[in-house]
Design a protein around this ligand. Structure first.
Ligand SMILES: Cc1ncc(COP(=O)(O)O)c(C=O)c1O
Length: 372
């Protein structure tokens, strides 16, 4: 079935307007409801009044503006790293890091469910690569133990975007220390949402200082777009000089940089959003599991309902839309064949009634009698 984009005619929030009708949104990554937060709007307005919109050049020409520098300093400090670089997207950040740092004679080891931006970037690099399953780290260790490789990289997401489970960062840190490897963690779905200050899963586990490089796409929890790479200065200096997707592209808007600072401020100061998100996620997972639905291994605010058929997943999404709930069916190649699903992502501002309503609708639509 051909895919097409659905247009949303309102600001992003727990509800949105589609085709003139209000729907309860359960598939956005606006986990903390910052996308339309008054402080974010205000930061954007103030920034545009001071700097206009465009950066009008690449970073190494005349595109580096005060907000870029301030954002990079603040995010570096937040992640406890020496240095940070701001990119226009998470895709660009992963392209930059993974096509530039690993080279000939190196090996990159990736979780087999890592995001496409990681996998494609590693394939575009000069390094050898292998994938491993996160429920069998022996294969990872097997490659790490091979003395032939010059430099070994482990690249993982922290919260997996389609399954909502988490990487075993503790074991990955032990292995990277044992085999002198470099550990890169993409915290796309945990920045703002996990950890005492909202720095992500590594912070939650007390391991942030053990992660060599944090990739933090900012389009999800922080909801402003762009991405941060936080790393030792020697690595960011190398990227500035060698990473083609950093060098040969127009710098992100200074407004994006300023808005990312406002989001960082909210992540610090509005920790109740993390608490509400966790409560909502726990409630939703429990209600779905109690209804007998297959939510895989999810332990977070991303909750798959695994159906195992593309046609049935699409049909379920259509039926939910008729009832006023908007979420999308996820099919191959995004997930392996046989694990087609609805991917639910919950927000901090969803109400108990909205959550309960979705669970009831899903249980009814996916009940065995209904599928006959
Ligand atoms: C784990 C992960 N990394 C990177 C990206 C790409 O980030 P962006 O949307 O900013 O390009 C995504 C986006 O879905 C993601 O889930």
């Amino acid at each position: 079935m051909t895919r097409r984009c659905t247009s949303i005619d309102s600001a992003q929030g727990p509800t949105v307007v589609i085709d003139g009708r209000e729907c309860i949104l359960f598939c956005s990554n606006n986990y903390l409801n910052l996308a339309n937060h008054p402080a974010i709007r205000q930061a954007a307005i103030q920034s545009v009044e001071k700097y206009g919109w465009g950066s009008a050049a690449s970073r190494l020409i005349s595109g580096t503006m005060r907000p870029h520098v301030e954002a990079e300093n603040a995010w570096a400090e937040f992640f406890g790293k020496e240095s940070a670089l701001l990119f226009g997207s998470g895709w660009g950040a992963n392209q930059s890091v993974l096509t530039t740092l690993p080279g000939k004679g190196d090996i990159v080891l990736m979780d087999r469910m890592d995001h496409a931006s990681i996998i494609d970037a590693v394939k575009d690099s000069q390094a050898s690569f292998h994938t491993y399953r996160r429920d069998n780290l022996d294969r990872l260790e097997h490659f790490l133990a091979n003395p032939l490789y010059r430099c070994k990289y482990i690249v993982t997401e922290s919260v997996f975007s389609m399954d909502g489970d988490t990487a075993d960062l503790k074991t990955l840190v032990e292995l990277k220390n044992k085999y002198n490897a470099i550990l890169i963690v993409d915290e796309a779905h945990s920045v703002g949402c996990m950890g005492n200050r909202g720095a992500g899963l590594a912070e939650e586990l007390g391991l942030l200082d053990q992660i060599d490089m944090v990739i933090a796409p900012l389009g999800k929890g922080p909801a402003c777009g762009g991405a941060i790479v936080a790393a030792p200065k020697v690595a960011t200096d190398y990227l500035v000089n060698k990473a083609r997707p950093f060098i040969f592209t127009t710098a992100p808007s200074p407004v994006l940089a300023d808005v990312s600072l406002a989001a960082l401020n909210l992540i610090w100061n509005e920790s109740h959003r993390r608490i509400c998100l966790k409560q909502n996620a726990d409630t939703l997972r429990k209600q779905l599991a109690d209804s007998g639905l297959n939510i895989g291994q999810s332990t977070t605010h991303i909750i798959p309902v695994i159906i195992g058929s593309a046609a049935q997943s699409v049909q379920a999404a259509q039926q939910l839309k008729q009832q006023g709930y908007y979420l999308t069916a996820i099919r191959p190649p995004t997930v392996p064949a046989g694990t087609e699903r609805l991917r639910i992502s919950v927000q901090s501002d969803h109400t108990p009634t909205q959550i309960q309503g979705l669970c009831r609708a899903l249980a009814e639509i996916l009940s065995p009698e209904n599928k006959k």
